[in-house]
Design a protein around this ligand. Structure first.
Ligand code: FAD
Length: 331
């Protein structure tokens, strides 16, 4: 194991990650390689009255750590057992590793739309996969959790017999947003289909996936900029890594989202004065939760909590909770 203090060569690299707007500011970094190293790091923190925080990829950085940072990226072994259809992933493993090792066996994990996200961090937040409505939360599939205190050193979880999926995306110019939002909202959604709606500046993007066939014709309510839908290997639906960048974001879980409210949210996001991208995922199906929708906001800059809160004000009376995932650079 390597240990880094401020000023050491490698300290900056070790505390950096996908989020470039914020970095951890630890007194010491334990770059762990096994569970015994994690024990040592936790012991160091506890005996000195310091906080300890885990850093894997930095995708989910909320508040920068100031005490002990446990960097897990070297502790990233993944083992697949095709007989029992299980995977064991160490603390630093990312989904791409699991997908690559599982797919030759016709198996797949319940990973999300970015394959470079950490398996453990994602799963601890429930894990909304690209097939979430068909198969439930990633955390529903956990068989065994190995821990040192509150630090998960490895997870063992079920893989699913998934090879090909029906998946794709439609992109529209934002000038058609009202019609696209309406078509998305009125979709008589089969329980096996997992869709998302995302705004990205001038574009509204719809994505959808299932292991079973389904129809998206009714979503083509305006000319499409991208129209891609078909049968493909699960890995292709599992998202490509993005380059590191600066972003701030938060989310709410809702128990209803009437169309007029959705339109007000859309307008509030587009009138926020700063870029606010909106993400909407209908829940239900195999996701056993009282919430019917997950609404996410994300901006490519920091210091926009107030603008996000003003957009969330439009849905305040429907809020029943918040997902631990999809919270970025917020305390
Ligand atoms: C581009 C992008 C796409 C995403 N897509 C999805 C998606 O499709 N579905 C979804 O559900 N989520 C998604 N997320 C959210 C993601 O799952 C969370 O941000 C998650 O916390 C990232 O975990 P990490 O380990 O990669 O990040 P890190 O920033 O390294 O860790 C985040 C936090 O997770 C906890 N954590 C991580 N590892 C451990 C451990 N071993 N023991 C204890 N705690 C630990 C810690 O609290 C840590 O601070 C996405 C995020 C981004 C930025």
């Amino acid at each position: 194991m390597r240990i880094f203090y401020p000023g050491d060569t490698g300290y900056d690299d070790e505390r950096s990650g996908f989020q470039t707007g914020l970095r951890h500011e630890p007194q010491v970094i334990f770059a762990v390689e096994n569970a015994r190293d994690v024990e040592q790091a936790v012991h160091h923190a506890e005996t000195r009255g310091l906080d300890h925080t885990v850093h894997t990829t930095g995708h989910g950085l909320t508040t920068p750590a100031t005490g002990v940072l446990i960097s897990t990226r070297r502790m990233n072994n993944v083992e697949i057992d095709p007989t029992t259809r299980t995977a064991r992933a160490e603390a630093g493993a990312v989904w791409q590793q699991v997908i690559e090792q599982a797919s030759p066996h016709g198996l797949a994990p319940l990973s999300g739309d970015a394959s470079d996200v950490g398996v453990v961090g994602y799963t601890l937040g429930g894990g909304f996969s690209v097939l979430a409505r068909e198969f439930g939360f990633a955390s529903d599939r956990v068989r065994k959790t190995e821990k040192v205190g509150d630090v998960v050193t490895a997870l063992e979880f079920d893989l699913l017999e998934i090879d090909q999926v029906h998946a794709g995306e439609l992109h529209f110019d934002a000038e058609h947003a009202e019609a696209v939002f309406e078509a998305f909202h009125s979709w008589d959604l089969p329980d096996h289909v997992t869709p998302t709606l995302t705004t990205l500046g001038d574009v509204v993007r719809l994505t959808f996936a299932s292991t079973r066939p389904f129809d998206v014709d009714h979503l083509r309510v305006a000319p499409t900029l991208i129209d891609e839908f078909g049968r493909k290997p699960f890995a292709e639906a599992a998202g490509k890594p993005l380059p590191p960048h600066t972003y701030q974001g938060d989310n709410v879980l809702l128990d209803d989202l009437p169309l007029d409210v959705l339109h007000r949210v859309r307008q509030a996001a587009s009138n926020a004065g700063v870029p606010v991208f909106l993400g909407l995922m209908p829940l239900g199906g195999a996701l056993k939760t009282e919430a019917t929708h997950l609404l996410k906001l994300i901006s490519p800059l920091l210091g926009v909590e107030q603008q996000h809160e003003e957009v969330f004000d439009e849905v305040r009376s429907f809020v029943v909770g918040r997902s631990r995932n999809f919270r970025y650079a917020v305390g």
